[in-house]
Design a protein around this ligand. Structure first.
Ligand SMILES: Cc1ncc(COP(=O)(O)O)c(C=O)c1O
Length: 454
């Protein structure tokens, strides 16, 4: 276990932006973390919209050499309207996964350049909705909105085909392909198998698309989130390109867009852990360069013009934009546990749900003693009654963590919680949801529709 001081990694590229040190004190942008906690209390989240913008501009710059690039933001990662609107203002489209997210985008955001609809069972009518997502997309396309959907199943294609015939209307669509059969089972999550059209179903899908009013404009494949090896992204791009060219021949049309899904990974581990390399083996610039080169090469070899490349990025754009601040309520040594417990006023179950749910590692700093060398190993817990409410412990490899000697009243800062943690909050033990503030200490308002989307 490393004894690195936060000063040793903060400010390194891709590590712990937007934290910095002023003298001995830990700052989030221009505000002292300790003072923010003293002023606003704990537990709370701080978000940097500047960092959202910085990440977005870096992604755009990484793809600058490829003019036919269309970035999309995967709304599921962080549905705060301020986050999505910041990205829309930089010309990002929005990716949604159901009718609730779509309605949210249509009512909460302005000037969205394009919308991509993914998700399962888009042909069905969800609870209390009047129409299916496919029907909504058709209506929006009639209004000339730049909106499309990617089919996840043959059922969806059959439904949409009938709908187009009934309405005598064309529908611009994409195919979400499931490329699992091209990867080793150890390479991607087997949970992905239920998403997308299996490659063996492609002939049936193409047969349905032929001579129909469905106009195929995109091929998409999402191979999972937090993909830490670049070669998997390259393989995804490679296989998808070959399928796109093959389908183009069979349908006798040009498929304008190749959509690589999400999966760009974040450097959650700031200090070396267990000798394993658990961080991505690439930067965003390397991702962009390798992906665009791979796709360009394949299209050129086939005498075709390179397509528009779409990405649906959620995690990488948002993870480092938020921290969670907790106060240590007590410490506790037990005969059963090897490491002393730090109890906090937060809850891993609700504030960083992934720490419990999938054993996600989030870096944790004692902000009160940020300049001191970590010397002691701790488990770190939340305050709820569930034994699994732990931010860091050996049971799921999230801990123990080396911190300076930590005492009640100290402020702990959990890093990189901007992706997926807000929407996974819950009211377990009737804990109120932790409020969100800007670095200047102003409250950030959440959308009422986020919680009450009928
Ligand atoms: C279809 C699809 N696209 C994009 C994303 C966003 O992925 P990430 O947050 O890894 O960028 C997801 C989320 O897993 C997804 O399911």
């Amino acid at each position: 276990m490393s004894s690195l001081n936060p000063k040793d990694y903060i400010n390194k590229k891709d590590f712990a932006e937007p934290l910095n040190f002023k003298g001995q004190e830990l700052f989030f942008e221009d505000s002292s973390v300790q003072k923010l906690a003293e002023k606003n209390g704990t537990r709370l989240f701080i978000i940097s919209l500047n960092q959202v913008e910085k990440n977005a501009k870096r992604l755009l710059a990484a793809f600058k050499k490829y003019p036919r690039f269309k970035p999309c933001y995967a709304l599921a990662a962080n549905p705060l309207p301020q986050v999505a609107q910041t990205l829309v203002n930089l010309d990002f489209g929005i990716e949604v996964v159901n009718i609730y997210e779509l309605r949210y985008v249509l009512s909460e955001l302005t000037g969205v350049p394009y919308i991509i609809c993914n998700g399962l069972s888009k042909h069905t009518i969800q609870n209390q909705q009047k129409e299916s997502l496919i029907q909504t997309v058709m209506k929006q396309q009639k209004k000339e909105s730049d909106i499309t959907l990617n089919f996840n199943s043959i059922n969806e294609i059959e439904y949409a085909k009938k709908l187009c015939e009934k309405e005598n209307t064309e529908l611009k669509v994409g195919l979400a392909l499931n490329l699992a059969s091209h990867f080793q089972s150890s390479e991607i999550s087997n949970g992905l198998a239920r998403f997308g059209i299996l490659t063996e179903q492609l002939p049936a899908a193409i047969k349905l698309l032929k001579n129909s009013k469905l106009k195929l404009a995109a091929i998409q494949s999402h191979i999972g989130t937090q993909i830490i090896q670049l070669h998997k992204h390259i393989k995804n791009a490679n296989i998808l390109s070959h399928y796109a060219l093959q389908i183009e021949k069979e349908l006798g049309t040009t498929i304008e867009n190749i959509n690589l899904g999400g999966g760009i990974a974040v450097k959650y581990y700031k200090t070396p852990q267990n000798q394993k390399n658990l961080n991505p083996d690439y930067t965003i610039e390397q991702y962009a360069q390798n992906i665009t080169e791979e796709i360009t090469k394949i299209y050129q070899e086939n005498g075709a013009n390179p397509p528009i490349i779409i990405t649906e990025t959620g995690r990488w754009l948002t993870a480092n934009t938020m921290i969670l601040m907790l106060r240590v309520t007590e410490t506790r040594r037990t005969p059963q546990n090897r490491y002393e417990w730090i109890i906090t006023d937060g809850s891993a179950l609700t504030d960083t749900n992934d720490a419990v749910w999938i054993g996600q590692y989030f870096e944790i700093i004692n902000a009160t003693k940020a300049n001191q060398k970590p010397t002691k190993l701790y488990n770190i817990a939340g305050i709820t009654c569930d034994t699994n409410d732990a931010f860091a412990w050996p049971k799921n490899n999230t801990g123990p963590r080396k911190l300076p000697k930590t005492e009640p009243g100290d402020i702990l800062t959990v890093l990189d919680v901007g992706a997926y943690q807000l929407p996974l909050r819950n009211n377990f033990n009737l804990l109120p949801k932790a409020p969100i503030y800007t670095p200047k200490g102003e409250p950030v308002k959440e959308s009422a529709l986020q919680f009450n989307n009928q």
